[in-house]
Design a protein around this ligand. Structure first.
Ligand code: ADP
Ligand code: MG
Length: 256
């Protein structure tokens, strides 16, 4: 569990400034949602935290350690996107196990995960299977482990993607509009599931959405973004009842 400090992050694409000195302190274990209209810079900010994009200035610290020079995989974060990016030829169980295999066998073989049991590694195999089963049970997909992604619904695929993120035991989960491919009813259901998952894991979550209702229902705090800036960071209640800015009030749909 780790807090994430975003300090004076600026990002320019050519001459366009898409993030303007963003400061945001996310507490260890907190569910923080970045919400704002399309194009305001949410994904760019998340990608900078993940190390997938380089900021123009400013710095990011995870658990008080500057990570600006660290590669994405060395930041110990798990990213979940709207596209599930599952391996179509692997079963659900094998998909979830991918990060475990890559980590445990790192240094031995380059792509060792697909059924490449190392000699004497039976114990590791059993541990991986048990870990995958435990995670799948938490996500209610324990009965689907032998299926291929093509045989799953959208919601089930999103659970597999969550499971694959969970087995990494990341310092934080970064989620970029993970539910936007689902139909409205399932989206509402999955919101509750992700919020519950957060409570069970106690891990820091940064969740990105353009959907204010989603932000209001899931989050400990929300950061309202517009035009590359964070306008307000507060609990959903406070943002709704006491918006600091007319643009926040309009976006959130406050009565004022
Ligand atoms: P959001 O996730 O809030 O919809 P983004 O972070 O994706 O917003 O984008 C913020 C702004 O940066 C947008 O105007 C977008 O067009 C621009 N942008 C994002 N990525 C790039 C890129 N690789 N090159 C140029 N402009 C980009
Ligand atoms: Mg986006």
């Amino acid at each position: 569990m780790a807090g994430i400090d975003i300090d004076g992050i600026t990002k320019n694409f050519g001459r366009t400034e898409v993030l303007r000195r963003v400061d945001l302190d996310i507490r260890a274990g907190e569910f923080m949602t970045l919400v704002g209209p399309s194009g305001c810079g949410k994904s760019t900010l998340l990608r900078i935290v993940a190390g997938l994009e380089l900021q123009s200035s400013g710095s990011v610290r995870i658990a008080d350690t500057p990570v600006d020079s660290l590669r994405p995989r060395d930041r110990d974060l798990a990213m979940v996107f709207q596209s599930y990016a599952l391996y179509p030829h692997l079963t659900v169980g094998e998909n979830i196990a991918v990060p475990l295999r890559m980590r445990r066998l790192k240094g031995h073989q380059r792509w060792p995960y697909l059924g490449a049991f190392m000699p004497g590694a039976r114990g590791i195999e059993r541990a991986i299977a048990a870990e995958v089963e435990a995670v799948a049970a938490m996500l209610d997909i324990g009965h689907l482990l032998a299926r291929k992604p093509g045989q799953l619904s959208g919601g089930q695929r999103q659970r597999v993607a969550l499971g694959r993120a969970m087995v990494r035991h990341p310092k934080a989960f970064l989620m970029d509009e993970p539910l936007s491919n689902l139909d409205a009813k399932l989206r509402v259901h999955m919101r509750a599931e992700i919020a519950q998952l957060h409570r069970r894991l106690g891990t820091t979550f940064i969740y990105v959405t353009h959907d204010q209702a989603e932000a209001m229902t899931m989050s400990d705090r929300i950061a309202v973004m517009m035009d590359g800036a964070v306008l307000q960071v507060a609990s959903p209640d406070t943002v709704y009842n006491d918006p600091t800015d007319i643009r926040v009030a309009e976006f959130i749909g406050s009565p004022k």
